[in-house]
Design a protein around this ligand. Sequence first.
Ligand SMILES: *Cc1c(COP(=O)(O)O)cnc(C)c1O
Length: 437
Amino acid sequence: MTQQHDQNHTLFERARRVIPGGVNSPVRAFKAVGGTPRFIKRAQGAYFWDANDQRYIDYIGSWGPMILGHGHPAVVEAVQKAVLDGFSFGAPTEREVELAEAILQQVPSMDMVRLVSSGTEAAMSAIRLARGATGRNKLIKFEGCYHGHADALLVKAGSGLATFGNPTSAGVPPEVVQHTLVLAYNHIAQLEEAFALHGKDIACLMIEPIAGNMNFVRASVPFMKRCRELCTEHGALLVFDEVMTGFRVALGGAQSVYARALPGFEPDMTVLGKVIGGGMPLAAFGAKRAVMEHLAPLGSVYQAGTLSGNPVATACGLATLQQISQPGFYDELARKTRQLVAGLQAAADAQGLPFCGDSEGGMFGFFLMPELPQNYPQVMTTNGARFNQLFHGLLDRGVYIAPALYEAGFVSAAHSDADIEQTIGAATEVFRLLGSA
Ligand SMILES: *Cc1c(COP(=O)(O)O)cnc(C)c1O
């Protein structure tokens, strides 16, 4: 297609004049993989269509929320009904209570939740609450984990464990990240050393239990066990950022996956987003009652939001939770996701290309390397040029995966076995080209 006929190109040109980089969230710009971002016109089930009416099998699902696929009839109906009752009131509604109850029913580590509008807001508020509840300032995060773009979390490791972080973004004063300690994921010795040095000052340890912002990397069970033990020992709160994994890897989130290996395991606080809004702006953070009662209006930790618990967003989230709570939902989702990863593995193996993959529930990752990485530096050793060829090869064949190698992928309930087979077929063709290159 000539550029002149490419509506994506035309829209991108227009967008770049009025929106920085033409996008409202950086990864959408295709900067890592090159080429023109697809402007999406509409979506249904497992597919979306771009501005040229080109169809793609969607493995992003809005970066996780669309676990039912796009336009699920029960969700659409609930949203349509809610819209007729009003968009926003700035006063409490029954639906917020219902959604809070529905969330708490599936995630027993929490007694109470506060609803907000984005994962960033939820993670930022969880940290303020952890600091307020413990009376401490310092926090631990891990390299490669993303918790939204609050100032204190845009940080990379300092030069040693005694020195705290450095900002990763301009506009973040060093003073704002001076209490954030950045550690290597899955590194037990470093974790122990950090607690030995700073234990009494640490308010919380925040972690993506299955990291989805460095592709797909699981915290090992021994590492997670040590995180739990050290937090308990030192009076720090263990905060699970399950914005991506919550209601995605299992109905009870990643914490239920770790509880299988570590009986009785629970985090102290949980941050949710993505799936709980079903594609609408909605997120939450929750904990046991004693911690949550530090929040305003009960306690002295301030937190608020004009659109928090929005009646349309809560209707969308509730309808989504109703669907995914049906018996067998996650078994079927996990089966299809495993089928996809196994098919890609076989296709790569047939060409002798290094490849490995992993999945949990409806979330997956794969790497163009022989063994699963355990931390961020290992993820970054993946062959970027080859990934970009794979990305564009799939895109040309109507398969849309994340336009960056450090992102996870998502399968929805709407993906059929035929969609998975078609995807594996497309990958087989691309791997054949890469193998002969
Ligand atoms: C997406 C994500 C966030 C940020 O959520 P937004 O709604 O984009 O602000 C935070 N933490 C994790 C683990 C995420 O995947």
